[in-house]
Design a protein around this ligand. Structure first.
Ligand SMILES: OC[C@@H]1[C@@H](O)[C@H](O)[C@@H](O)c2nc(CNc3ccccc3)cn21
Length: 602
């Protein structure tokens, strides 16, 4: 029909203007609401004109959900939106932060700290594209990624979600947006939202701003920084993200100099929208507006007023949507919030939806189901694992290098809590919000499996998680590989003041390395305490959180590929030194930012 907003040949601006002019206050406010799928039904989505839904960490259609289950769930909600008067499609968002990590059998890539160690922006772009394909395969067009935090203290539970402590490296890694959303065609306007098509997703630069600078790395806490530090350390990656066409920006739970970011109009509107000219939409974090007050939700009307006035366009409510809608309607009706603020928010949301083609393709099909966990994607992930590992020590003082290890050996010991645990090697944000333990929850290759398939068929591999001295002495092993580290964690559950390797890791290092030549591989979301054990270790590898393609670890241990990774963050000597970042006056690390030994492929 000749309704302008439904005509894809019309310019986006004209479609936005036409549609906005037809919308009631209820329909406008509905577009600003994002609710958790667990609180939604297609009928609720229709009745309240809900503009967006999400899966929070681990929120899945059913525990054994197939790709088809995901597609059908998203389409059911979408049909609720399409059955409204104006038929505005909803946009479904999910945390695909290292692959499509809520989905069984999806490819899980190394977390961002490892990708920073690769320094490979082309690789990161390919990871973005593979992730977008797997997300769209399940019918979802929006990913709450990338996290572009500049983590300045590894005691922060989310430090592994940060590419680096170095602002420039994080800025370079925003190329992942071009993978997620698509390369911007030559001659196109820069700095406006861009999503190439049905195999790409709208991305989300998060969390605005200075989430990685909180005091002692306490999650959701206060970042004390002057204007120069804010704009030189934490803000630059947003400039790059906007120029690369990022469609959305998510606000940080944290505060800047005591002011909650979710209520910070100077930075959200004054800087991001007016100075950086961001034209996409700004989304809150989960109950982020509730946490403006303490205790949270103690004055929800004020939370709504302060956050919408600050410039937040879409609110990840995620459950009490009736309260949110009633409060916002009250504030608009009584002129506490001007209608042109609502119109700005809705225009930004509609601009993203029109630009990404959601009006033309609101219903997902089954044409991409084979993208999920595809071998080409797993090969990219394996390449990323190889390139992310950082070789910190290769042979004791005055002795020969240990790596690359010989594939031919009579007997090899593989030990450690993290050698054969897919959940541990993936880390947080995997299947469950807090990750998982064991090998049952999804498909992939453990580090042990990778070692077994790499060595010569006559080499005997003995796997013993926590061997005792007698066992080691009586077996005359050629060498041992010890894989230990941190257990999975997410957000505040990862905040740590001691940064130690999980027990019994330290004892396994002592027992094994005290009796046989050992290579220690550390699985962690950040640098951890290793100084006390360093002298007894022959070779030391930082593997971060490699994801499902654990084969990549063996690829470099046995010399099929060289070690090339460089530290993306400073490896401290002791936690008493923290915070300590490259460029600081008192810089006395165990291994400095940028450090990484290399080996030659054999
Ligand atoms: O999963 C949605 C967002 C995610 O994109 C943000 O990066 C992250 O900050 C985030 N956290 C939650 C839930 N957080 C929470 C923390 C404590 C209790 C309940 C929920 C949801 N989300």
């Amino acid at each position: 029909d000749n309704v302008k907003y439904k005509d894809p040949k019309q310019p986006v601006a004209a479609r936005v203007k036409d549609l906005l002019g037809r919308m009631t206050v209820d329909e406008k406010i509905g577009q600003m609401v994002q609710i958790e799928r667990l609180s939604a039904t297609p009928d609720i989505v229709r009745r309240y004109f809900i503009g967006s839904l999400l899966s929070g960490g681990g929120s899945v259609p059913n525990p054994e959900a197939t790709v088809a289950d995901w597609i059908n769930m998203v389409n059911d909600f979408q049909n609720g939106s399409l059955s409204t008067r104006l038929g505005i499609p909803m946009i479904y968002g999910i945390d695909a932060v290292h692959g499509h990590n809520n989905v069984i059998n999806a490819t899980i890539f190394p977390h961002n700290i490892g990708l920073g160690a690769t320094r490979d922006t082309d690789l990161v772009k390919r990871i973005g594209a593979a992730t977008a394909a797997e997300v769209r395969a399940t019918g979802i067009p929006y990913a709450f990624a990338p996290c572009i935090a500049v983590c300045r203290d590894p005691r922060w539970g989310r430090c592994y979600e940060s590419y680096s402590e170095d602002t420039k490296l994080v800025q370079n890694m925003t190329d992942v947006i071009l993978g997620l959303q698509g390369e911007i065609p030559k001659g196109s306007r820069l700095g406006v939202p861009y999503v190439a098509g049905k195999d790409k997703v709208a991305a989300c630069a998060k969390h605005f701003v200075a989430d990685g600078g909180t005091t002692r790395g306490i999650d959701e806490n206060n970042t004390v920084a002057n204007q120069h530090e804010l704009l030189s350390i934490h803000m630059p990656p947003y400039y790059d993200s906007v120029i690369k066409g990022v469609s959305t920006v998510m606000v940080s739970y944290s505060s800047w100099n005591g002011k909650r970011m979710h209520a910070n109009r100077d930075l959200i509107t004054g800087y991001l929208k007016d100075k950086l000219n961001f034209k996409g939409f700004v989304i809150s974090d989960w109950e982020g507006i509730d946490r403006i007050t303490s205790p949270p939700h103690s004055n929800y009307t004020y939370s709504v007023l302060a956050s919408i006035t600050a410039g937040i366009d879409m609110v990840m409510v995620p459950n009490n949507y009736i309260e949110f809608i009633n409060d916002l309607k009250y504030l608009v009706k009584n002129k506490f919030i001007p209608m042109d603020r609502i119109d700005d928010a809705v225009s930004r949301i509609l601009r993203v939806k029109f630009t990404m083609g959601l009006f033309e393709n609101p219903i997902a099909d089954f044409s991409m189901v084979n993208e999920v966990g595809s071998q080409p994607h797993r090969d990219i992930a394996r390449e990323a694992v190889r390139k992310s590992l950082v070789l910190l020590k290769n042979g004791k003082q005055g002795s020969e290098p240990v790596l690359p290890l010989p594939k031919r050996a009579s007997k090899v010991l593989v030990a450690g809590s993290h050698a054969d645990n897919l959940g541990y090697q993936c880390g947080g944000w995997t299947i469950g919000w807090q990750g998982f333990s064991g090998n049952a929850n999804t498909t992939g290759t453990t580090i042990l499996t990778g070692i077994k398939s790499a060595v010569d068929r006559n080499t005997e591999i003995s796997y013993m998680e926590n061997p005792n001295t007698d066992y080691i002495k009586s077996n005359n092993f050629s060498y041992a590989i010890v894989v230990v580290g941190e257990h999975p964690y997410t957000e505040m559950f990862g905040d740590s003041s001691n940064l130690t390797i999980a027990d019994p890791g330290p004892n396994i290092i002592r027992t094994v390395c005290g009796n046989v030549k050992c290579v220690v591989v550390i699985i962690s979301g950040r640098p951890v305490v290793v100084e006390p054990y360093l002298s007894m270790i022959d070779a030391l590898v930082a593997a971060w959180l490699p994801g499902t393609e654990g084969q990549g670890v063996a690829d470099v241990l046995f010399g099929d590929h060289e070690f090339s990774g460089k530290l993306s963050r400073t490896w401290f000597r002791s936690v008493d030194q923290l915070p300590m970042n490259v460029g600081d006056p008192h810089y006395d690390p165990l291994f400095p930012y940028g450090f990484g030994l290399t080996t030659k492929a054999v």
